[in-house]
Design a protein around this ligand. Structure first.
Ligand code: FNR
Length: 180
């Protein structure tokens, strides 16, 4: 199964990027996860959407090819970060590559709530008319105090979180049987 990971942080040492890389590595024999880079995407502008830059076309082609999208996001000001909103705006227009494409959401933050508000908003956005993406229910991955759960080499070390994500990925694969 091909999965693209869209990470809502473009900083080099992003914990959410580390989480996406962790999923990519740990489940490599079950899922083919490609992490997409949002940094090259220009700001969405309706004036250029019909003749979108190559970076946008490449990004959308990757999403289109995938069986599912893994969203891994921090929370910025109690919602999704701008880079993620920008990517979603591109995905929602012209060729609507998210239409009917399944999504799974994870996220982390340094606070205790682990990006819960961002994820609630993201879930709502994905269900909305512009995207129409079915989202795996339950299985909510909120990793709080994330800076205490990854080591300096970017490895997830928290046993409870590791076990929880194992369960979520198993449920995700079961749920995906209706789509692939
Ligand atoms: C944050 N952070 C944050 N955390 C949170 O739990 N709720 C919030 O509303 C916010 N708001 C917020 C706004 C902005 C502009 C920044 C830069 C940060 C903290 C955030 O969780 C923390 O920086 C994470 O480490 C960001 O994720 P990455 O980049 O490590 O993936």
């Amino acid at each position: 199964m091909k999965v693209v990971a869209i990470v809502g942080s473009i900083r080099k040492n992003s914990y959410n990027l580390q989480l996406a890389k962790y999923v990519q590595k740990r489940y490599a024999n079950q899922l083919e996860v490609e992490i997409l880079d949002l940094a090259p995407l220009p700001m969405y502008n309706q004036d250029i959407e019909m003749d979108a830059p190559q970076e946008v076309l490449d990004f959308k082609a990757k999403v289109k090819e995938a069986d599912a999208v893994l969203w891994v996001t921090p929370e910025y000001n109690a919602t999704i970060p701008g880079v993620l909103g920008n990517a979603i705006d591109w995905l929602s227009r012209v060729e609507k590559v998210m239409n009917g494409k399944p999504s799974i959401i994870m996220g982390s933050s340094m606070g205790n709530l682990g990006s819960v508000k961002a994820q609630m908003h993201l879930r709502d956005i994905l269900f909305a008319v512009g995207l129409n993406s079915p989202v795996l229910g339950g299985n909510e991955v909120y990793i709080g105090a994330v800076h205490e759960k990854f080591d300096a080499d970017g490895n997830l070390t928290d046993e409870a979180t590791i076990a929880f994500i194992d369960g979520v990925i198993a449920n995700f694969q079961e749920w995906m049987k209706q789509y692939v």
